[in-house]
Write a protein that binds this ligand. Structure first.
Ligand code: CA
Ligand code: CA
Length: 355
């Protein structure tokens, strides 16, 4: 009888494991091969070798680039060096990157570990840069004021909150007001890996302001990039392991209600919105297994999607760029400005293209 019980439990355990294993592989699109889509006028950006996980281009063509992310379980080519923010002027004919100095008495640059970023421009045209950082693998939002003349970032504040335990990206709706994605429910690395493996879908989106912080959307299988429509009426959320972009309607009291979802058949990371056309540009992972277990002989590929007319009945999804990692390992973000495109990656290089 005892043997029967042991065998039954073993059988149930194995079935559970097998079931989860196949769903895990499907969520990771582990068997997908990339069909190459090339662009003729691209070159690697000099000075970016350790990732450019997120970037944002201002209306005037200045781009902020978040470089040097160290994230548990993911490759880093410089695991002991702090990250930084680079600036690139896309109005230049042959643009190069420049490191922004970070100033401010309460800021510890040695533990800076930048991830998702977002900007907010005040009525007086002051630009604020909000950066998700992981000092000692915790989560904070660092608020900076951009000082264009000095080419520097003045650190104003570090934001931490119990509802912001595992941040990935954010979209600013005020100087220190934002929506942010928590890519996991757990903080502990071991628990995070089980959460990911079992597909618990406990990840969420939080609204933050100095006097009001709350969860506004939940139930995501790894909420990742977040962005907003040019008229600020809709919020777009990338659900990495469900391969979906969700459209939420944003209300005056900051609540979000789901409107629709678009299946992208690839792992969607950061979302940039073209302020002129409203198109979404998404950095994607064609095969996430190769991200989580990095092999330089068989690197993760890159893929950029352009999504037009997302609010209509018939959105148009175009693969603008795709390759198997020969050029770029693991694209996370793409953004456009006047016929130019920047593409960044988790831990590798970045690309500048003329479209
Ligand atoms: Ca972002
Ligand atoms: Ca991201």
């Amino acid at each position: 009888m005892a043997k029967l019980l042991v065998l039954t439990l073993l059988g149930l355990g194995l079935a559970f494991f097998k079931d989860h294993r196949s769903s895990y592989l499907a969520r990771m699109t582990a068997s997908r091969e990339v069909k190459s889509v090339e662009l003729p006028n691209c070159k690697l950006i000099k000075g970016i070798e350790t990732g450019a996980e997120d970037l944002e281009i201002l209306h005037n063509g200045l781009a902020f680039i978040s470089v040097g992310l160290r994230y548990p379980g993911i490759k880093s080519f410089e695991p002991d060096k702090p990250g930084k923010i680079l600036l690139m002027d896309l109005n230049e004919k042959d643009p190069t990157v420049l490191e922004l100095k970070m100033t401010g008495s309460n800021f510890d640059a040695s533990s800076f570990n930048p991830h998702g970023i977002s900007t907010f421009t005040d009525e007086d045209n002051t630009v604020y840069l909000l950066v998700v950082s992981h000092p000692d693998f915790k989560s904070t939002v660092e608020l900076f004021k951009f000082q264009e003349e000095e080419k520097s970032l003045l650190h104003l504040k570090t934001i931490k909150h119990e509802l912001l335990p595992s941040l990935n990206d954010l979209v600013a709706v005020g100087r220190e007001h934002f929506y942010a994605t928590n890519d996991h429910y757990f903080v502990d690395h071991y628990m995070k890996s089980w959460e990911l493996y079992l597909g618990l879908a406990w990840s969420n989106v939080v609204y933050y302001s100095p006097d009001d912080v709350r969860v506004v959307a939940s139930g995501f299988d790894f909420a990742n990039g977040i962005s907003m429509s040019p008229d600020s009426k809709y919020v777009y959320i990338a659900e990495l392991l469900a391969h979906k972009i969700h459209v939420y309607e944003k209300h005056a009291n900051w609540t979000l209600t789901p409107l629709k979802s678009l299946d992208c058949e690839t792992l969607v990371d950061n979302i940039s919105v073209d302020p002129v056309t409203g198109d979404l540009w998404v950095g994607c992972h064609p095969n996430a297994m190769k991200i989580f277990s990095y092999d330089p002989e068989n690197p993760p590929g890159s893929e950029v999607l352009q999504i037009q007319n997302i609010l209509t009945e018939e959105p148009k999804v175009t693969v603008v760029y795709a390759e198997d990692g020969k050029v770029l390992h693991g694209s996370t973000v793409a953004s456009v400005y006047k016929g130019k495109m920047l593409v960044g990656t988790v831990f590798h290089k970045a690309l500048y293209c003329e479209l």
